[in-house]
Design a protein around this ligand. Structure first.
Ligand code: IMP
Ligand code: MG
Length: 191
């Protein structure tokens, strides 16, 4: 794995994103994160937003491993509060084909939000298949498969505090690795 964005670079990126969001409107904001990949961005971003913020999550999946072609898009919006008249900021980890964000922005508008803006931590260059662009982009990256800071490959590596590009050897290792043994608790006084 090759580190693409260090924890410090990500932190500076979230600083910039939070400043840009607030410069574009300081009223009450409803932040809607897209599970599961946006969990780190949402947690770090909302702590940098001054002023009234509500937070909610939706779930989206487009079924893929490192496959470049996304499959059917599944959305679950059951957790959404009433959005009538709300200033909404949809937050996702990465804008790849843009299909997830396009569908979400349209649906949130249908639910009566007064304004819907979108923010992504990463945008892959040369991949978009849609007419919309995110309103706020943390980092433009090349067309490589990335993990860490919320992003996964088959459920793994979301917990990394940096973003790394997966190499084919990592993918082969993940496919063939036996399950990891449980970690023993550290030795020490008991009771
Ligand atoms: P889109 O609908 O093609 O823009 O895909 C967006 C979703 O695909 C993201 O929310 C991610 O869940 C997933 N995705 C796209 N590229 C990557 C990647 O490089 N690593 C991990 N997940 C990715
Ligand atoms: Mg996602």
């Amino acid at each position: 794995m090759r580190v693409l964005l260090s924890a410090d670079e990500l932190s500076a990126g979230i600083d910039r994103l939070a400043a840009a969001v607030r410069a574009d409107g300081t009223g009450p904001l409803t932040v809607i994160g897209v599970l599961t990949g946006s969990l780190m961005v949402v947690a770090d971003l909302i702590r940098r937003l001054d002023g009234p913020v509500r937070v909610s999550m939706v779930w989206a999946s487009s079924y893929r491993g490192t496959d470049t072609t996304p499959g059917r898009l599944d959305l679950n919006l059951d957790l959404l509060p009433d959005l009538a008249g709300q200033d909404v900021l949809v937050v996702d980890d990465i804008f790849d084909t843009g299909r997830t964000l396009e569908a979400l922005v349209a649906e949130l508008g249908r639910r009566g939000a007064a304004r819907v803006r979108s923010l992504v931590l990463l945008r892959k260059l040369g991949r978009s298949e849609v007419a919309i662009e995110p309103d706020f982009v943390g980092f433009d990256i090349p067309d490589v498969f990335v993990v860490g800071y919320g992003l996964d490959f088959d459920g793994a590596w979301r917990h990394l505090s940096h973003v790394a590009a997966l190499e084919s050897s990592d993918i082969a290792a993940a496919r063939h690795a036996p399950p990891e043994p449980p970690v023993d608790p550290p030795a020490g006084p008991r009771g």
